[in-house]
Design a protein. Structure first.
Lengths: 106, 196
């Protein structure tokens, strides 16, 4: 069981963190500083960044986050779903109601 | 790692490390190979094909598979438990409107139990970097031309889940048995880089 309550739930609009951490991370570079929507929760796992450094790490939520290609790459009509630990995410209350292919701004 | 070269400096480093660990008695000779073999044991695209064929003939199984992949493949005797811990299986179904394709942009995560060892192109820098950006173009190069109206969703296996694509059942296969249907399913179809 998770030791901490989930910070996000499916349907929440989020923005991924921008900084490049000093060590291992599972937030792909192409998905940094991007706006997306949580589509589902994939489970609860210790943070890979902390485990890679040999640090203790409590399980916390990992989410499937859907991004419109245009929001990631500035072009494209597809979507990319990335599985991200909640640590990589910030709330994005200003996010568009429907982050779909129609959008082209950050 | 994304490529395999026995003569690469990295391979030499790994062999050196292995030798040091064995010297200290922390690792039995051949232990790593045994672990790798155990991890890959029984893994084959035939497993994934059997799962897909069952889903094609049994809509209730299909629903269970999409809701809880791990439990559903267990019904057929398969498991995602080959690694140190059981991996969560997410099955995504293609339909007339949406096509799914799987990648691991960070390394080469892949459902070995259902697909066997991953093909070299899946681990290639080119596939991993390009399919998230231009899936339609990459699929076209791989021989899959999708209608412009078909939406594409790319799944990046960046964390703990593994993904399997459930292809659409081909037209004109109503008379085929479950086994005959399974024979139609390819590894590429299960990754989403082919229609079936």
């Amino acid at each position: 069981m998770p030791d901490r309550p989930d910070r996000f739930a499916p349907g929440d609009r989020v923005r991924t963190r921008i900084p490049d951490p000093p060590g291992h991370t599972r937030l792909p570079r192409y998905a940094r500083g991007a706006r997306g929507v949580i589509v589902s929760t994939a489970g609860h796992h210790p943070l890979a960044d902390e485990r890679a450094r040999g640090l203790p790490s409590d399980p916390r939520a990992v989410h499937h986050v859907r991004f419109a290609a245009r929001d990631l790459f500035g072009e494209g009509d597809h979507a990319v779903v990335v599985e991200l630990w909640e640590d990589y995410l910030e709330p994005d209350p200003a996010g568009h109601p429907e982050p779909t292919e129609e959008r082209n701004s950050r | 790692m994304s490529t395999t070269h026995d003569d690469a400096p990295l391979a030499a480093q790994v062999r050196h490390l292995e030798a040091l660990l064995e010297e200290r008695g922390w690792l039995a000779p051949g232990e790593i190979d045994e672990r790798l073999d155990a991890f890959a044991a029984g893994g084959s695209p035939a497993n994934g094909a059997a799962v897909v064929a069952r889903a094609w003939v049994d809509p209730y199984f299909r629903a269970r598979l999409l809701a809880d992949g791990n439990a559903a493949i267990g019904e057929l005797g398969f498991s995602m438990g080959g690694a140190l811990q059981e991996q969560k299986l997410i099955v995504v179904a293609n339909d007339a409107d949406e096509h799914h394709v799987v990648v691991c942009t960070l390394c080469s995560c892949y459902p070995i139990a259902l697909l066997g060892p991953s093909p070299s192109w899946y681990k290639s820098e080119a596939y991993r970097s390009r399919v998230v950006r231009d899936p339609r173009g990459v699929l076209r190069e791989l021989g899959l031309e999708l209608p412009a109206s078909t939406r594409i969703t790319v799944w990046d296996a960046s964390a703990e889940s593994r993904y399997l694509v459930l292809p659409r059942r081909p037209e004109g296969t109503d008379d085929l048995t479950e086994q005959e249907l399974a024979a139609l399913v390819t590894r590429k179809g299960l990754i989403g880089t082919a229609a079936v």
